[in-house]
Design a protein around this ligand. Structure first.
Ligand code: NAD
Length: 249
């Protein structure tokens, strides 16, 4: 196995389950020491424990990415626990409530934006500083195919993911010359607690793909690890769409 991240430190938000859990496992399997961050602390503990059982190095940390102080603290924890921060994956996200815009609550709008968009801003604000201290590294933000498409009755989510992609691109320009590459991965339908809870009909979602199945979290993790790795050394402000071909038609 390639050990691209040997001696390096990574932080993954929303890593207590779903896609983030798979990303944390893949980075650890490739040699990174991983801070497993989730608002659900017990889930982060379980994931970090599983990584350690498999011979990796990981520590759990409970943090809510919608709070700037939490994001500052998680970055500090990575540096305290492992001595540095080289890589970060801003993955934590929620879908929010389905429904027509006129019925959407201001609270739901703020909650979705607070986690999906503000959380990426707060995260990068402190991650960039820490990664700069070690002379460079990389960040991947998790967007969505709905950074490109409209999603009927999920307006806040769609708006937040469009914004994450724009934020990724502008920050990428600012930091590329300082040795920090910032990119995005945009998943299509992936089987996780998030899609199981809201979809109801995974078969009809699978039918939207060209490949006629939903994706697995590990298929997102592999794209993230590639973008963080030295193999992606000339990739800046880009996006890998991992969607089984949904956006082709
Ligand atoms: P999930 O619900 O399975 O997992 C998300 C994790 O984030 C959970 O462990 C949750 O506790 C954590 N989390 C939620 N709010 C948080 C907060 N405020 N602070 C820290 N952690 C928090 O979701 P998933 O399907 O694995 O999605 C992960 C990311 O991928 C999200 O950004 C999502 O929008 C994106 N995405 C998912 C799909 C999909 O089909 N699953 C498709 C496109 C994009």
């Amino acid at each position: 196995m390639k050990r691209d991240f040997e001696g390096k430190v990574a932080l993954v938000t929303g890593a207590g389950g779903g896609i983030g859990e798979a990303i944390a496992h893949d980075l650890a399997a490739n040699g990174a020491k991983v801070l497993v961050v989730d608002v659900q602390g017990e889930m982060a503990e379980i994931v970090a424990g599983a990584i350690c059982e498999q011979g990796g190095v990981a520590q759990a940390y409970q943090a809510d990415v919608s709070l700037p102080a939490s994001c500052e603290a998680m970055v500090k924890m990575a540096e305290e626990a492992f001595g540095a921060l080289h890589y970060a994956v801003n993955n934590a996200g929620i879908s929010g409530a389905f429904g027509p815009l006129q019925d959407a609550s201001v609270e739901d709008w703020r909650r979705v934006m607070g986690i999906n968009l503000d959380g990426v801003f707060y995260g990068m604000k402190y991650q960039l500083e820490a990664i700069g201290r070690v002379g460079g590294g990389a960040i991947v933000n998790i967007a969505s195919i709905y950074a490109h498409l409209g999603l009927n009755r999920l307006d806040a989510y769609t708006a937040s993911k469009h914004a994450v992609l724009g934020l990724t691109r502008s920050v990428a320009i600012e930091y590329a010359a300082r040795g920090i590459r910032v990119n995005a991965v945009s998943p299509g339908p992936i089987l996780t607690p998030l899609t199981r809870a809201h979809a109801g009909a995974t078969d009809s979602i699978a039918a939207m793909t060209a490949i006629k199945r939903m994706g697995e979290p590990v298929e997102i993790a592999k794209a993230v690890s590639f973008l963080l790795s030295p193999d992606a050394s000339f990739i800046v402000g880009s996006e890998i769409v991992v969607d089984g071909g949904v956006m082709l038609s």
